[in-house]
Design a protein around this ligand. Structure first.
Ligand SMILES: Nc1ncnc2c1ncn2[C@@H]1O[C@H](COP(=O)(O)OP(=O)(O)OP(=O)(O)O)[C@@H](O)[C@H]1O
Ligand SMILES: [Mg+2]
Length: 494
């Protein structure tokens, strides 16, 4: 009883048995009622015919001989008829049956009068004097003499003869046949139901086993396809088909997330190895120079000593910057950090940031142009984070633009936001690298010299900060012609 199929089959069996049994009972009752109604209508006039033939009661005296004769005649018409002569109170005055077979001396007059009035539904049953437990259909007629009511003639239709006959017919060929047909119909219905349930539950069972296989396979893509595959075809639209579709969709989602997790894990490993590599290189170099200073301090010239110290300082600065960037990225990644939004002038911020790079740019002979209208540059953002974005972009522009180049920064008012563009006339980025430059630790293949001093974290930080502001950065670049970064910053609180 544990499987759905078994339960459905049991329920079906119950329903079929109830319907079959109910039908059998209704059929039995209705066929009996049908017989009784027909018989009563057909034989309604028997009593009238008997009373019409001879005078049965004359001033209270019963003509027994006439009654016996007439009863015999009536039995020729219908052998199951039993005739009684009643007085006006329903008491039995005479009958042609053996006296010991009579159980009741009294017949209820209610049904008799009802039948004679003609206003009644048939079959109508009355007292059977030979069997007080059971009422029977009957025919009745008043017995008159000189227009005075003397009593009634009461004729039971289907008396004991009928009962004996009906008993002997029970279990006859016809009855067996009809019962057999009923059982066959019920059984067929049950079997067809079993087949249908079997087909339906088989699909469920298959779905369950497919889902199990998928789970056990460790989210194998092939199993996802197997789940979806059987969904296409007949029966896709029914609930089981929809369930399969839902499962297949869920399996796809799970697999995607699983792949995503695997990718994240791979990136994390890569990050850790990149970080350790980037930390180790300057650290090893610093260690080497400090060791040399310690060991050969006496033999080193003042100039050499200063150079070694300068190199050590450069490496320690780089380490500090790297650790700072990593720390910042991990902070930005953790969901707990929310940008503190405030309204400020982006033009003013830009001015401060360009000032930081003025000296560096001047040394390289690079011009920095700013196109910004102070009034049209109010934005709603985290000012500290925005400063980091502009710094990183400007640092890149200055770093990757050769001597004599040009950098231009534009602020444009757009509906609901301010569009920022940072463009340079630098070395540019090869097309196949464009979608990787925002990855952590990604550094361009060209420019060996710049690579040693960079970690490849700047643009990753920029992208993350803009993500937090609901903005997207885009890049356009041509190798040896220049690069242009663009993004929008919300102008007002949403
Ligand atoms: N303005 C630019 N012109 C040309 N190439 C650029 C420019 N900005 C970025 N790139 C390329 O994109 C790569 C990634 O830039 P990102 O700022 O993330 O790292 P980085 O500048 O190399 O190092 P970091 O910023 O961490 O010091 C750079 O290595 C560089 O090759
Ligand atoms: Mg950078």
């Amino acid at each position: 009883m544990r499987t759905l199929f078994a339960r459905l089959s049991a329920a079906l069996f119950l329903v079929v048995a109830i319907i079959g049994g109910g039908f059998f009972m209704v059929e039995q009752i209705s066929s009996r009622l049908y017989y009784e109604e027909i018989t009563q209508r057909l034989n309604a006039s028997i009593a009238m015919y008997v009373t019409g033939e001879m005078q049965l009661i004359e001033d209270g005296a019963v003509n027994e001989d006439a009654l016996t004769l007439l009863a015999q005649r009536a039995m020729i018409i219908n052998p199951t008829v039993e005739v009684y002569l009643l007085d006006t109170d329903g008491r039995i005055l005479a009958h042609p049956m053996p006296p010991e077979s009579i159980q009741s001396e009294q017949v209820a007059l209610g049904p008799v009068k009802k039948l004679m009035s003609g206003e009644t539904e048939m079959p109508l049953r009355g007292t059977d004097p030979r069997n007080i437990d059971r009422q029977k259909i009957f025919s009745a007629h008043p017995v008159m003499h000189n227009d005075v009511l003397q009593g009634y003639l009461y004729a039971i239709l289907g008396g004991q003869k009928y009962d004996e006959l009906a008993d002997s017919v029970r279990g006859s060929y016809v009855q067996k046949l009809s019962l057999g047909a009923l059982v066959a119909i019920v059984l067929t219905a049950f079997l067809v139901g079993l087949l249908v349930f079997g087909l339906l539950t088989r699909r469920l069972t298959r779905l369950t086993s497919d889902v199990q296989t998928f789970t056990e396979s460790g989210f194998d893509p092939e199993q996802v396809e197997a789940l979806a595959y059987q969904g296409s075809g007949a029966g896709t639209q029914d609930e089981i088909g929809q369930l399969r579709e839902a499962f297949s969709g869920m399996a796809n989602k799970i697999r995607e997330q699983f792949e995503g997790l695997k990718e994240t894990d791979r990136l994390r490993r890569e990050l850790v190895s990149n970080v350790s590599h980037d930390l180790r290189t300057p650290l090893a170099s610093m260690h080497g120079y400090v060791e040399t200073l310690l060991l050969k301090n006496d033999s080193l010239s003042e100039e050499e000593r200063l150079r070694y110290l300068e190199i050590t300082r450069k490496h320690s600065l780089r380490l500090r910057q790297l650790i700072g960037d990593l720390f910042e990225l991990s902070k930005l990644d953790s969901a707990s950090v929310k940008p503190t939004l405030e309204t400020f002038s982006l033009a003013e911020l830009l001015q401060d940031v360009t000032q930081e790079f003025e000296l560096q740019a001047e040394n390289k002979g690079i011009d920095i142009d700013v196109h910004a209208h102070d009034g049209a540059s109010m934005v709603h953002a985290d000012i500290g984070l925005m400063q980091r974005v502009l710094e990183n972009l400007l640092r890149n522009a200055v770093r990757y633009t050769p001597r004599g180049g040009n950098i231009s920064i534009t602020l444009d008012k757009k509906p609901g936001c301010v569009a920022v563009a940072v463009a340079d006339t630098g070395c540019g980025i090869a097309e196949h690298e464009l979608d990787r430059i925002f990855d952590r630790f990604y550094r361009s293949e060209q420019g060996e010299e710049e690579r040693t001093n960079s970690a490849g974290l700047g643009l990753a930080i920029v992208k993350r900060i803009l993500d937090l502001h609901g903005s997207r950065i885009t890049v356009n670049s041509r190798v040896n012609q220049g690069t242009r970064f663009e993004f929008d910053i919300p102008a007002r609180a949403a």
